[in-house]
Design a binder for this molecule. Structure first.
Ligand SMILES: NC(=O)c1ccc[n+]([C@@H]2O[C@H](COP(=O)([O-])OP(=O)(O)OC[C@H]3O[C@@H](n4cnc5c(N)ncnc54)[C@H](OP(=O)(O)O)[C@@H]3O)[C@@H](O)[C@H]2O)c1
Length: 372
């Protein structure tokens, strides 16, 4: 039977109080974390792509969530969750005087956002999980990169000057600001390409959707080339596992567990449709000569060459030892395709990533003409 909002809130409050949280006074009472203990978790962000999956994973484990954002994105989500309004750039008022066990910072792309929030929260929150990125690494020319691989070394004065140095360098400075405030209570996660239901960039989505359209699919480069990504649900579940477990330090977040070639990737996506489809592999140089670029016209694809030799071949020992698990590719591909198909027609009229159908056909014709 469906509950009214009032009934729902009443039940949630009773349940939360039984678990040791005091929602009625507008202040969350913190409970020591540990196996089986609910935690109070502040998520900075929470309503974009990765955040909602984290809210659901945390709720499934009985934790109590507060969100902090501007109230602009997906405002319909999580009516039962406490939402604090503010702006990372210049309005942190609603965070003052509150305590939480853990903060998950998803929304920071500017280092002064992390500096201001982390300094404000360092005495009232036990731990700070910062969502960083693989793009903080300065050099991908080595196969087997791990968390100790060299990162960019950006100019620290950019933080006080509120000057952006670009995504990767800004994120390095963000990591440093988190550590400056939280020290060994900091947990940094550096995901690679995050994929799955809800991803509005269509970078992974392009492939299952394109293959599901059927016909001759242009497959880029060398079939043996590697490919790495992480399903957003694996990431979200792992975040909650890490914080329940009390992990700190830095972790890359990439998969799958055993190396996946681009051919296996495409055949894996092909396995979730039953249309007629064939793949034509077109050489990397032929594509590059036509300005058809890795990660642009062909998302997820990065030729293993020169300064990108190791981009798709990270060493996953540390995340695996810390409990990261992976859904099979077929599950990710199937669910992403189903999610995409469930979107309104205006949304699915054009994929946001990948080569257009017309251009793909032209290139395939040129390729066949060259080969014949
Ligand atoms: N997608 C990838 O492949 C990938 C890979 C590596 C790392 N990452 C990292 O993942 C994070 C982004 O994930 P996501 O967007 O899916 O996170 P999310 O937590 O789901 O959503 C971003 C949130 O930030 C809030 N926000 C944006 N600007 C804000 C501001 N000025 N002040 C307060 N809140 C603000 C948005 O809400 P409002 O608009 O309502 O404020 C939204 O709730 C980034 O840190 C990115 O570096 C992504």
């Amino acid at each position: 039977m469906k509950k009214s909002r009032r009934e729902f809130l009443k039940t949630t409050t009773v349940a939360a109080t039984a678990l040791g949280f005091n929602l009625s006074k507008g202040k969350t009472k913190t409970v020591n974390y540990g196996a089986g203990k609910p935690m109070s978790i502040l998520i900075l962000g929470g309503t974009g792509f990765i955040g909602p999956h984290m809210v659901r994973s945390a709720q499934a484990r009985g934790h109590v969530i507060t969100l902090f954002n501007r109230g602009k994105t997906n405002t319909h989500l999580f009516p039962e969750v406490e939402k604090l309004k503010g702006d990372r750039e210049n309005d942190l008022e609603s965070l003052k005087g509150r305590t939480w066990d853990v903060v998950i910072d998803n929304s920071a792309i500017r280092p002064w956002w992390v500096r201001d929030t982390a300094q404000l929260l360092k005495k009232s929150v036990d731990r700070y999980l910062f969502t960083s990125t693989r793009s903080t690494y300065a050099d991908f020319s080595e196969i087997g990169m791990d968390e100790t691989s060299p990162q960019y070394d950006p100019d620290p004065s950019a933080v006080d000057e509120r000057r952006s140095l670009g995504y990767g360098q800004d994120k390095v400075l963000c990591e440093r600001e988190a550590r400056k405030a939280f020290g060994d209570r900091t947990l940094i996660v550096r995901p690679g390409l995050i994929v799955g239901p809800g991803d509005n960039t269509d970078r992974f989505t392009y492939w299952p959707v394109r293959i599901d359209r059927g016909g001759e699919v242009l497959a880029p480069g060398d079939p043996e080339n590697g490919v790495m990504f992480i399903d957003v649900r694996d990431l979200a579940e792992w975040y909650i596992h890490l914080i329940e477990n009390g992990n700190t330090g830095s972790y890359n977040a990439l998969g799958p567990q055993s190396p996946l070639s681009f051919a296996e990737f495409l055949y894996g996506c092909r396995a979730v449709t039953n249309v007629d489809v064939s793949f034509t592999w077109v050489e990397t140089d032929f594509l590059l000569e036509r300005k058809l670029r890795p990660y642009r016209e062909f998302p997820c694809w990065m030729p293993a060459e020169d300064d990108r030799l190791g981009f798709q071949r990270f060493d996953l020992s540390k995340p695996l030892a810390a409990g990261l698990t992976y859904r099979p590719l077929a599950v990710t591909a199937f669910d992403t395709l189903e999610w995409y198909k469930s979107q309104p027609s205006e949304r699915t009229a054009k994929l946001k990533a990948g080569i257009s159908a017309e251009r793909e056909l032209e290139v395939l014709e040129e390729w066949h003409a060259k080969k014949n």
